[in-house]
Ligand binder design. Structure first.
Ligand code: T46
Length: 141
């Protein structure tokens, strides 16, 4: 997978009466949860994201419907489809992300390890590309 990303599978507690997934801060996920938000009511033709973060770690879970996430850096690119509440996509620093192809009534739940901070965003792709090249070259990918 693209560096600083990972798929996480959550255990389903299921039965004849339906399913339940529990996510506990720091247990089975690599951080303490500081913030939860969800994206919903997105029309199918809309594409969102178009940014990277400098420090933030997040886990994206499509708890209803499905959505595609394009994750990339200047050297790698991949499209991940999230289509089940038991699949989470971990995205760390310096990963450019774009979310698209939201199905009707989809809900994208996001767990984050920090409170909202606009200064942690890189929203200009050219700025991102230069900083990410430096960052990933230091990691020698
Ligand atoms: C990300 C992807 C997956 C807040 O006030 N608090 C928050 O916690 C968040 C996440 C956003 N906002 C405000 C900032 C903007 O005025 O909500 C507005 C929409 O945010 P944005 O345009 O950044 O939304 P997306 O869908 O492009 O990106 C969001 C997250 O911001 C981002 O961290 O990784 O979802």
């Amino acid at each position: 997978m693209v560096h600083n990303t990972k798929l996480i599978h959550f255990e389903i507690h299921g039965g004849a009466y339906g399913n339940l997934i529990a996510i506990e801060s720091g247990k089975g996920i690599p951080f303490e949860i500081a913030r939860v938000y969800y994206i919903f009511g997105v029309e199918n033709k809309v594409r969102r994201g178009f940014h990277s973060h400098i420090n933030l770690y997040q886990i994206l879970i499509c708890v209803s419907g499905n959505v595609k996430i394009e994750i990339s850096n200047p050297f790698e690119k991949e499209i991940v489809e999230l289509n089940h509440p038991s699949e989470g996509l971990l995205i760390g620093p310096f990963v450019w992300r774009e979310m698209f192809d939201f199905s009707d009534n989809s809900v994208l739940l996001v767990l984050a390890n920090e409170h909202f901070c606009e200064e942690d965003y890189i929203r200009d792709y050219e700025v991102y590309r230069d900083l990410a090249k430096e960052y990933f070259e230091r990691l020698e990918i």
